[in-house]
Design a protein around this ligand. Structure first.
Ligand SMILES: [Zn+2]
Length: 294
């Protein structure tokens, strides 16, 4: 039977039922969010030795509280914006910064090592967000900027484009079809995400004057801002697309003398100059797994 053959009233009834079912399917689809966390982008953090070394820094207890507070504010915002499941990855220095004692009761914690350089991501996630994120090594007025290892890595390029942790993870998430929708961190980190995802929500919780100084929001103000931006990002989820880059991919890394020591030439891994190596792959994941950094 064609639609044309239906009585108009029956046609409207069927169309309405289909509409209700579609809406129900959309609203009931789980919205799972992966939260990448770090410490250097948290408001109030500006000194690595004093604040960022787990259980060694004199101000470590305060740092743990600041980081946890910002993360939990983001979880609140994501849930208010429609997230159904939030996985929080403990991404700072050896994955020992967060505790199940005080993490948001509705979040699940991904902690410990080793995990995959692709962060155990898969296509079941609807979005990725960054909390406490810092900008790439060498970025201007970027508080505690670095790319994976402050002591081991000078620069990273993906197909010739300077790339830090933000850019790399936006592209790795894109490979799995996941958009990056929100970040909290300093002004430089926000600019770095906006270069890849102009419509991303950004909670600018501090602004660098140099690599180790800047203007900071109070913890309470930072948490309020993060909660608002995370909620707004979830409400706008439909506006985001994953950033997919097509292969082949070259990840080029300029190491420091210290970082270079561990690299050996092998299939797809080539030494370009004294401290610069290229990792070749058929796509971003293939190249990234050869580089091997989280
Ligand atoms: Zn860190």
């Amino acid at each position: 039977m064609t639609l044309r053959a239906l009585h108009p009233v029956r046609f409207i009834a069927i169309a309405l039922a289909a509409c209700v079912l579609t809406t129900f399917a959309q609203t009931s689809k789980p919205k799972k969010v992966f939260m990448i966390t770090d410490m250097e982008g948290v408001s109030g953090i500006l000194d690595s030795d004093m604040q960022c070394l787990p259980y060694k820094s004199p101000r470590w207890e305060e740092s743990h509280k600041l980081l946890t507070g910002e993360i939990n504010a983001a979880v609140d915002g994501l849930l208010a914006g429609g997230a159904t499941d939030v996985v929080v990855w403990d991404g700072h220095d050896g994955s020992q910064s967060l505790s199940v004692l005080d993490i948001h009761p509705k979040a699940r914690l991904l902690a410990g090592t080793p995990i995959s350089p692709t962060l155990e991501l898969d296509s079941s996630y609807s979005a990725v967000i960054f909390i406490g994120q810092h900008a790439m090594a060498g970025a201007r007025n970027a508080i505690l900027s670095h790319s994976y290892s402050s002591l081991g890595i000078q620069n990273i390029w993906v197909n010739g484009k300077p790339t830090g942790e933000i850019g790399a993870r936006v592209r790795l998430a894109g490979y799995f079809g996941i958009p990056a929708i929100m970040l909290s961190g300093d002004t430089a980190a926000c600019e770095e995400l906006h270069a890849d995802v102009p419509q991303a929500e950004c909670a600018e919780v501090k602004s660098g004057v140099s690599r180790t100084s800047g203007f900071m929001l109070s913890h309470q103000a930072a948490c309020t801002l993060i909660r608002q931006k995370a909620q707004r990002a979830m409400e706008r989820l439909g506006e985001f697309q994953p950033l997919r880059i097509s292969g082949p991919i070259e990840v080029k890394v300029e190491f420091t003398t210290r970082g270079e020591a561990a690299i050996r030439p092998r299939e797809g891994v080539e030494r370009l100059s004294e401290r610069t190596w290229a990792f070749h792959g058929k796509d971003i994941v293939d190249a990234w797994l050869k580089f091997g950094s989280m």
